[in-house]
Design a protein around this ligand. Structure first.
Ligand code: SAJ
Length: 412
């Protein structure tokens, strides 16, 4: 059969590719013509290990094509963004647009899988939207029995930087509007997933995905709060965590400048948005992690006050190590805050994974992008914001005589 994947981003493109490399005819659909053109030429719109060769291979074999028009297919995978609104509720407009493109193509018997991370109840709404748009078809929420169109949620759980590995090896939750929907959707994942397929209902699958990322957010918030407490008490947080983690049942995560990326910094809000009165710990974790860049910037401002006319090197802009992804990056927020608070101070930014500053930093006269060694050499204060391998292996003699504020603990 033919599978249409709507949304050729960090999840949709790898999903399209793993299906195509296993012999499925895949049509990738994206609203952005530049993305479609890049994929159609076997190029990659973003950096992810092993993805580029897989894309060009699948395109060369004729198994993966790309277009802006949703075609007729036997299965539709929706992998579009679900950002959040200012009030932290989910913005489902891209999901709605995808549903509007799929609806006119349906003939009956197809599978529609929502992969986008969504609040509980969204998959049911997809089913309702399809029913409104296609009153001639039977949707699973309408009647018991064998539905015409099978709607399910198949949340991704791959780690950026390891997507091509985890896409295949991770266990996978598939939640259907009905059991039959889950079974039909599971057939798609069985093509490439070597992990176990866990069949469930759609709302449980939606919530489980959010809970996974909220769990990680809460644990990172614990580490980040410890580092703020340690700053206040003049303790070395890395030493405290190293000792505590030798307890057989303690495993504290690593503090950092905050939590970035498009997943962990976003998904817990969908839980808070669904249950605002009761999601206390989850909300607190979000606030602690969101407040961490400000704390880091304040510590650096306090350090800078000890210098006359200092230069500050900021190492890293990506949201985490060894990737080029700047979305929701706490490092960028630290640099912005420093630039605002210290307009007279020169800030030399090093980021080996990008060639230019993002828009919000580019217009600032006191911020420039430099090679790592030159940024460090010219500075009085060195702030580590990302634990890239390149920074870990920096010639440490370059740091002699400089004040180092290492938010990731890479040079301990
Ligand atoms: N971070 C810390 N300290 C840590 C671990 C992470 O400060 O000890 C920071 C990172 O630097 C980064 C942020 O947290 O800014 C998130 O990074 P991450 O590597 O923990 O996760 P993501 O956002 O890249 O991917 C997550 C993964 N979820 C879980 O591990 C539960 C991934 O499996 C999901 O598929 C992905 O979200 C997603 O798409 O939802």
């Amino acid at each position: 059969g033919r599978v249409a994947v709507l949304g050729l981003g960090y999840i949709g493109l790898p999903t399209a590719v793993v299906l195509a490399t296993r012999g499925v005819d895949v049509v990738g659909v994206d609203v952005n013509p530049a993305t479609v053109e890049a994929v159609a030429q076997g190029r990659l719109p973003f950096v992810e290990p092993d993805l580029a060769t897989a894309v060009s291979g699948a395109v060369a074999m004729g198994k993966l094509t790309a277009t802006t028009e949703t075609p007729e297919a036997d299965a539709y995978v929706i992998a579009v963004p679900t950002p959040f609104n200012p009030d932290h509720t989910a913005d489902l407009s891209f999901v709605r647009m995808a549903v509007e493109q799929i609806a006119p193509r349906l003939r009956g018997g197809e599978v529609v899988v929502l992969e986008s991370t969504s609040p509980p109840g969204t998959t049911a709404r997809v089913s309702e939207w399809l029913a409104e748009l296609r009153p001639d078809l039977t949707l699973p929420h309408e009647i018991q029995g064998v539905p015409d169109v099978h709607v399910a949620h198949g949340p991704e759980r791959v780690l950026p930087g390891r997507i091509m590995i985890e896409m295949v090896t991770n266990d996978r939750v598939v939640g259907g509007i009905t059991r039959r929907c889950a079974e039909r959707a599971a057939e798609i994942y069985r093509v490439f997933c070597q992990g176990e397929l866990l069949l469930s209902d759609a709302s449980s699958a939606e919530m489980a995905k959010l809970v996974e990322n909220a769990y990680r957010d809460v644990n990172i918030a614990f580490a980040n709060e410890l580092s703020v407490i340690s700053d206040e008490l003049h303790l070395d947080v890395w030493e405290v965590i190293r000792l505590a983690n030798r307890h057989p049942r303690v495993n504290i995560l690593t503090p950092g400048p905050g939590v970035g990326g498009h997943c962990i910094a976003v998904d817990p809000w969908f839980i808070v948005g669904s249950a605002p009165g009761t999601s206390r710990l989850i909300r607190a974790a979000r606030e602690i992690n969101d407040g961490k860049p400000h704390h880091v910037a304040q510590q650096v401002v306090n350090t800078a006050a000890r210098f006359r006319d200092p230069t500050i090197a900021c190492l890293g802009m990506a949201y985490k190590a060894n990737i080029d992804d700047l979305r929701e990056s706490p490092a960028v927020e630290v640099i912005e805050t420093l630039s605002d608070t210290l307009p007279e101070v020169e800030i030399a930014v090093a980021e080996p994974y990008v060639n230019s500053l993002p828009e919000k930093l580019a217009q600032r006269s006191n911020v420039s992008l430099q090679r790592t060694a030159s940024a460090v050499e010219r500075s009085d204060i060195v702030v580590v914001l990302v634990d890239h391998d390149q920074f870990r292996s920096l010639n440490r003699s370059l740091l002699a005589g400089k004040v180092v504020y290492d938010t990731r603990g890479i040079w301990r």
